[in-house]
Design a protein around this ligand. Structure first.
Ligand code: AMP
Ligand code: MG
Length: 420
């Protein structure tokens, strides 16, 4: 923590790292995962690690956009409803087959939508403008050359970049890559993230607590947050406040981990197990960030794998995840837009907090005319997780402001849409 920029604006926050510096410190130590060749179904949602370049035109052959007759436009340039032109039917063009017939002067080939255009033809007359007999077809309309023909190479030209490096593969990209013959694109894979909950008081949510016990909620908040951003969470369960047990559990997961996220046990107390297990050997840094909730944080590497030691309180976990873990995981996935969108909103009520810290206040954002209204969803205790369920934004009350008054403008980080 050598280049720490300290905040000195308030006595009891001296020595705290600003949120931006803390995040930058983390992100500077996070790198995109090494590219991997994955089947399209697994590559969905991943970022392409290279420019994918077309090796041929798409579509690869000219085809008909209508059911009708493939003809030469020059043969029927005089056709009208009153004086139709007769062409000799010389064969059929079927979907998925090479046409048997060639269209010569005065000839036509019956063609289905999607079938390849036979050699010699340049135009398709839809069946509505034709009257087929057994041997000949009467054409009632003079089409422009090329009408109802989908030319080869209309979508993509040989050598064109189909998907640039850095582009996230979504539904249209998957479809295009499949169509162009790239069933195994090279992408940054999804990180496999090991989630641990520390605390002697914790039990799984499937059990009934004895007096003083608490059902583990953080693991599920983290699981959902990781899934939502596209990572692959692995729930490693509850670890008691025992240094050896924690070290052993973490080390047993190193081989399959791309990163770790734990909650609890990072404060200053004697019994703070993450600190006791990983501070002495210098695996992790423990530091305080000028934010509320979420002041105590830790980050470092264990056996080369990034490890986030988040505080234990459920709202602190949610906020710390949003501010530090989420952008880091997105960076590991090769994403470049790492931060949530922000809006400016009008506060519906006063919001008070510690003057020396950036306060993240849970708010519900509602549309109001052209702008947004931010309504706090409850008191700011960092254990009150239900207040987050009613929120879709985190209003940021800046360092230096003790009370943001009702009616004032605040920046709000939007973590989900109003409908969710
Ligand atoms: P700690 O930082 O370990 O002292 O935890 C701070 C507070 O968060 C304590 O009241 C813990 O009981 C609570 N807490 C820690 N981990 C969890 C968890 N996984 N689920 C719910 N509450 C937790
Ligand atoms: Mg604890």
């Amino acid at each position: 923590m050598s280049d720490t920029r300290l905040i000195h604006d308030h006595d009891d926050v001296a020595g705290l790292l600003s949120v931006e510096d803390a995040r930058e410190r983390v992100l500077s130590q996070i790198h995109p995962l090494a590219p991997l060749q994955l089947p399209l179904t697994d590559a969905d949602g991943c970022v392409s690690a290279e420019d994918v370049v077309a090796t041929h035109d798409l579509p690869e052959f000219a085809s008909s956009a209508m059911d009708g007759f493939a003809v030469r436009a020059s043969d029927i340039s005089d056709a009208t409803p009153g004086s139709p032109v007769e062409l000799k039917i010389v064969g059929r063009a079927l979907i998925g087959r090479r046409p048997e017939a060639v269209v010569g002067g005065g000839e036509a080939v019956r063609i289905a939508t999607g079938a390849p255009i036979p050699a010699g033809a340049d135009t398709v007359v839809p069946i509505e403008n034709a009257e087929p007999g057994a041997e000949v077809v009467r054409i009632f309309d003079a089409p422009a050359a090329g009408q109802h023909v989908r030319p080869a190479g209309e979508d993509v030209k040989d050598g064109q970049v189909l998907v640039p490096a850095g582009k996230r593969l979504g539904p249209p990209e998957l479809g295009l890559l499949a169509n162009a013959g790239f069933p195994h694109p090279i992408v940054h894979p999804r990180p496999r993230v090991i989630v641990l909950s520390t605390g002697d008081e914790l039990i799984p949510p499937t059990e009934t607590p004895e007096f003083g016990q608490i059902r583990d909620s953080n693991a599920y908040t983290l699981y959902a947050g990781l899934r939502d951003l596209g990572a692959m969470p692995v729930l490693a369960g509850i670890v008691t406040d025992d240094v050896d047990a924690l070290r052993e559990t973490v080390l047993s997961y190193v081989i399959q981990a791309d990163a770790f996220v734990s909650s609890g046990g990072v404060s200053v107390g004697e019994r703070d197990v993450v600190k006791a297990a990983f501070s002495r050997r210098g695996d992790l840094d423990f530091y305080k960030v000028a934010m509320q909730p979420g002041m105590p944080q830790s980050f470092g590497h264990i056996e080369g794998k990034p490890f986030f030691g988040l505080p234990g309180n459920p709202v602190s976990v949610f906020v710390s995840f949003e501010i530090f873990v989420r952008p880091a995981m997105l960076k590991m996935m090769g994403r470049t837009q790492l931060l949530r969108p922000e809006v400016t909103a009008t506060l519906a009520e006063d919001v008070s907090g510690p003057k020396g810290k950036l306060q993240f206040a849970r708010v519900r954002l509602d549309r109001s005319g052209d702008g947004w209204i931010a309504t706090p969803t409850g008191p700011r205790g960092s254990n009150l997780i239900s207040t987050v369920t009613r929120a879709n934004g985190l209003a940021m009350i800046p360092v230096g402001t003790a009370t943001a008054a009702a009616g004032s403008q605040v920046r709000v980080m939007v973590f989900r849409s109003a409908e969710d």
